[in-house]
Design a protein around this ligand. Structure first.
Ligand SMILES: [Mg+2]
Length: 260
């Protein structure tokens, strides 16, 4: 495992960047609504977007609506709800949706089961339900049992564990499939993918990047299949600064050749 200060010094035209949001670009907060990306970090991201001709995307468990809100005024390519929603660089949206009846039945079952677990929070997304227990860690086991019994009944759904959350989601999309989809499209195609993430859900993204001989970077502690590591969110911000500074130097050295 290598701790990294920036990407290897190649031209920005060689790279495509993918970032998880919570715990990677933004500090985790007790409640997800309090999370924000500092303006200075957004400005640096904007520079990265310009250097890489738009090959910068957010890949998160949040909905695309939330991602747009949190990253405004940037308007980036996005993968939300672990890849179930995606907006490509041309602005076209691709979405996997729950069957309306199935969604209603799952929502009702989860609401009933979680109701007695004080502090547990049910978040409904377009193609997933997030069962949060950050405020009620004593119910972790009970919540797992609820999710597992649902998954045993409905073969269309998959469980995705995260930090103090279990997501009940549709099978077939994850952060890896989202990165693969972007990598088949302009301006990502043909580039070296770089993905930074902090959570279990990011491991499938790391796998996708590793298969493409890209650069996978785990933020924080814990076992991972990523090749490299950054210590925490402030380390990610420094890494981003260094990467943009490096691109600036490369660009200044040979602007024509390096923007290709
Ligand atoms: Mg995260």
């Amino acid at each position: 495992m290598t701790v990294v200060a920036s990407v290897p010094p190649l031209s920005p035209g060689r790279y495509a960047f993918f970032f998880d949001l919570d715990g990677t670009l933004a500090e985790i907060q007790p409640h997800p609504d309090s999370v924000l990306i500092p303006d200075t970090v957004k400005k640096t991201l904007k520079k990265l977007v310009d250097y890489c001709d738009g090959a910068v995307a957010l890949v998160s468990g949040r909905s695309m609506t939330e991602l747009d809100h949190l990253s405004a005024p940037l308007h980036l390519p996005l993968a939300g709800v672990h890849g179930a929603e995606r907006r490509d660089a041309a602005g076209i949206s691709h979405a996997t949706q729950f069957d309306a009846d199935l969604k209603r039945r799952i929502a009702s079952a989860l609401a009933t089961e979680l109701q007695p677990l004080k502090g547990a929070h049910l978040e409904k997304k377009s193609a997933a339900f997030a069962l949060h227990y950050r405020q009620a860690p004593q119910y972790e086991k009970a919540i797992w049992q609820i999710a597992e019994s649902l998954a045993a009944i409905h073969e269309e759904i998959d469980l995705q564990p995260g930090k103090c959350v279990i997501e009940v989601k549709l099978k077939g999309s994850d952060k890896g499939t989202a990165i693969d989809a972007f990598m088949q499209e302009a301006p990502f195609i043909g580039r070296i993918p770089v993905f930074l993430g902090d959570d279990l859900t990011d491991e499938l993204g790391f796998d996708a990047v590793n298969r493409r001989q890209g650069i996978s970077i785990k933020v924080g502690d814990g076992e991972t299949r990523a090749q490299r590591r950054l210590e925490d969110v402030s380390d990610v911000w420094k890494w981003l600064d260094n990467t943009v500074r490096q691109f600036k130097e490369i660009d200044a050295g040979n602007p024509e050749e390096n923007r290709q």
